[in-house]
Design a protein around this ligand. Structure first.
Ligand code: PRP
Length: 216
């Protein structure tokens, strides 16, 4: 069977609630940040299913020895926030993945051409091929930024099938491109929106997440 991009929209009331708060144009920056943090927490929780490596062991309870499953901390876990807006999801993601290494990647989309350019790259030269990588970016619009991020990661040894993308609003053009280039990859998003307007903004979307997180 040919592997396909899998896109999960977890049907969870907390995710729906914080998405509604984030979408609302009257939400002030301080609450918008909280909404994005909460979405980062719960979407990462969902993404960690069958992704975080575990080990079977035994533990001694106060009464008896019993089988137990624990996180395998020998397998590296990394979070790659796409600056700036991906930083908003990082805090919540870190509460779920406290031992993860954080590698920042700064990408900026040109307002006219919509092409991304990289202004900060803190990725290691080479990842251990077993590394579980979680990429955070609240918006997948044309897909230019996430494709650039994926290409930088794969170039450094990251395995797409061990990679999870956490976003808030994903648009069909980005999902189609990811599907064509990275079958086997998984995306966790709060919603899949209708499409893009003439300026490349997701509709209905949530506006410019970076500006709303940082109040700029
Ligand atoms: C936004 C967003 C994504 C990108 C999505 O970032 O956070 O990274 O655009 O668009 P695309 O799928 O068409 O590439 P932006 O470049 O505005 O930078 P920011 O996060 O610093 O605001």
């Amino acid at each position: 069977m040919v592997p396909q991009l899998r896109v999960y929209v977890p049907p969870h009331p907390l995710i729906k609630h914080w998405l509604a708060v984030a979408r609302d144009a009257s939400t002030p920056s301080v609450l918008f940040r909280s909404a994005v943090t909460e979405l980062g927490r719960w979407l990462t929780y969902e993404a960690a299913r069958e992704w975080l490596p575990t080990l079977e062991t035994t533990v001694q309870s106060p009464l008896a020895s019993c089988p137990a499953t624990v996180i395998n901390s020998n397998v590296p876990v990394a979070v790659v926030p796409i600056l700036r807006a991906g930083l908003g999801l990082l805090e919540g993601a870190q509460t779920v993945l406290p031992l993860a290494s954080i590698y920042h990647l700064g990408l900026e989309r040109d307002e006219n051409t919509l092409q991304p350019s990289c202004y900060l790259n803190k990725l290691p030269e080479k990842f251990d091929p077993q590394t579980r990588v979680l990429v955070t970016d609240p918006m997948l619009a044309t897909g230019g930024s996430i494709l650039k991020a994926m290409s930088e990661l794969v170039h450094r040894g990251v395995e797409p099938s061990l990679t999870r993308i956490v976003s808030i609003v994903a648009a069909p053009p980005a999902l189609q491109k990811l599907s064509a280039d990275y079958p086997g990859l998984m995306v966790y998003t709060a919603t899949i929106d209708e499409g893009l307007n003439d300026q490349g903004f997701i509709v209905p979307g949530l506006g410019d997440a970076g500006d709303r997180i940082f109040g700029t």
